[in-house]
Design a protein around this ligand. Sequence first.
Ligand code: 5GP
Ligand code: MG
Ligand code: MG
Length: 176
Amino acid sequence: MIQLHDLQFEPFISEAEIEEAIAKVASQLNADYKDENPVFLGVLNGAFMFASDVIKRFEGDCEVSFVKLGSYEGTSTTGAVKTLLGLNQQLKERRVIIIEDIVDTGNTLEEINKILKKEGVADYQVATLFFKPEAYKKEFNIKYAGLEIPNKFIVGYGLDYDGLGRNLTKVYKRKE
Ligand code: 5GP
Ligand code: MG
Ligand code: MG
């Protein structure tokens, strides 16, 4: 068990399970995009580790860019998503793969969808390491999801609780 700020967390997803989920998503992306010269668009901060690990396994040409959005305060979403660092890359007519650490309600994704539509991309899909189907409220299909998890608050492997825990190599869930 570990403590971050005022909360206790217990081990939930092992390094081996994370590896397996990354390998699964990477092989799907290789199958679908190898000759497509896609743009991987990572969503900071949470996706930095997954982006690094999954893009390393991509076998074709690709470009890599990041945006920064935020809606979480503490352990729950505020609903309002803010753009903190915007696009600095031409995405017109490009095939884009959004790289997310976790898709929860889908609010963040919806905000990115709006941005990408405005940019006139050719098409876009989402590749997320973790997905909470019970919490997801949107229509957009999550095509690449490493692991489906229950509606619990997790930290580690890029995901934080008030700034802490991103460096953890396995994933922990809040102790109930
Ligand atoms: P959504 O907008 O889909 O509700 O949430 C997306 C963002 O909220 C994620 O990219 C992530 O940064 C944060 N988030 C959602 N669920 C969790 C969670 O269980 N743990 C942590 N640490 N962050 C989460
Ligand atoms: Mg995220
Ligand atoms: Mg966070």
